[in-house]
Design a protein around this ligand. Structure first.
Ligand SMILES: Nc1ncnc2c1ncn2[C@@H]1O[C@H](COP(=O)(O)OP(=O)(O)OP(=O)(O)O)[C@@H](O)[C@H]1O
Length: 273
């Protein structure tokens, strides 16, 4: 169980995350939604400790994450893999090497930099690429792949870290719909097959509804909704996105809420809820 208690982050006068508390059971797939600037990225970055909280605590399986330092902190970051909107690959390096760099926590920084990987590193990387249907691209330079393929490489790179938690910060924001579907399908497959906890920041409510066991909606740094997709009614969406602004985000969000209530989404088991 990942437990976040009264977590806050301020940047000068701005409170980006404001007293967030969440308990996330192992193996749950959680979609974090909210308008731009709601605090979603800051929340994920604090879980990974890329950003240090101003207040509050994070514990995982009873271990206090917020006070980790040095090697323990590096190991936590490895066990809590993060993928980003912009893939974070070395474009001029081939796909296989990019994935093997994900083994950095196991092989050590120097070996990763000198690219002296072990047979096990290679095997693990090829297995991960195979899961993501990317073996044919293994020796291609990462920069020559499509955005969707690059994001799947980033997922493979995250997988070889042997993570317990996967954090995905708007992983589909720069992808076309079919690539977005493949990336979300890959995240869900990993969640279901490996039992990995997945926290994914999403801009579109319908994607969160279709893929996640649980939706956490943020506004102005606070959690305004936390529950199953079914419980997120149009009224609640209006409250989260703000009824003062009937353009942009809210129209999109309310439309997708109404649309999804007419569809019959695939039923998902809510883990631990
Ligand atoms: N390093 C920083 N320094 C100053 N302000 C920051 C920093 N990082 C984030 N912020 C501010 O904190 C607030 C929350 O930002 P955050 O990126 O967490 O929101 P978000 O919900 O992820 O938005 P988006 O969907 O646009 O990525 C914003 O007002 C942002 O400008």
């Amino acid at each position: 169980m990942l437990v976040i208690e009264q977590l806050s982050k301020t940047f000068g006068d701005l409170t980006a995350v404001d007293g967030v508390s969440l308990a996330i059971p192992k193996g749950q797939m959680v979609g974090v939604i909210g308008r731009s600037g709601a605090g979603k990225s800051t929340l994920l970055r604090m879980i990974n400790r890329l950003t240090d909280p101003t207040r509050g605590t994070i514990t995982n399986e009873g271990r206090v994450i917020t006070s980790l330092k040095g090697r323990d902190l590096r190991l936590w970051r490895a066990s809590c893999a993060m993928i980003f909107q912009q893939f974070n690959l070395v474009e001029r390096m081939d796909v296989l090497t990019n994935v093997m760099v994900g083994r950095i926590a196991h092989t050590g920084f120097l070996r990763a930099m000198t690219r002296s990987f072990t047979d096990e590193d290679r095997v693990r990387a090829i297995e991960a690429l195979d899961r993501l249907d990317l073996v044919p691209q293994a020796l291609q330079r990462a920069g020559t792949l499509s955005g969707g393929q690059q994001q799947r490489v980033a997922i493979a790179k995250a997988l070889v870290q042997n993570p317990r938690i996967m954090l995905a910060d708007e992983p589909i924001a720069s992808l076309d719909p079919s690539n977005a579907t493949r990336v979300m399908d890959a995240l869900r497959e990993i969640n279901r097959t490996d039992g990995l906890t997945v926290l994914v920041n999403l801009h579109t409510l319908d994607t969160a509804r279709a893929y996640c066991d649980r939706i956490v909606a943020m506004r102005a740094g606070q959690v305004r909704f936390d529950g199953t997709p079914d419980a997120l009614t149009t009224e609640k969406v209006r409250a989260i996105y703000g009824s003062d602004d009937l353009s942009g985000d809210i129209n999109e969000a309310v439309t997708s809420t109404s649309l999804s209530s007419h569809m019959s989404p695939e039923p998902f088991k809510a883990v631990g809820t």
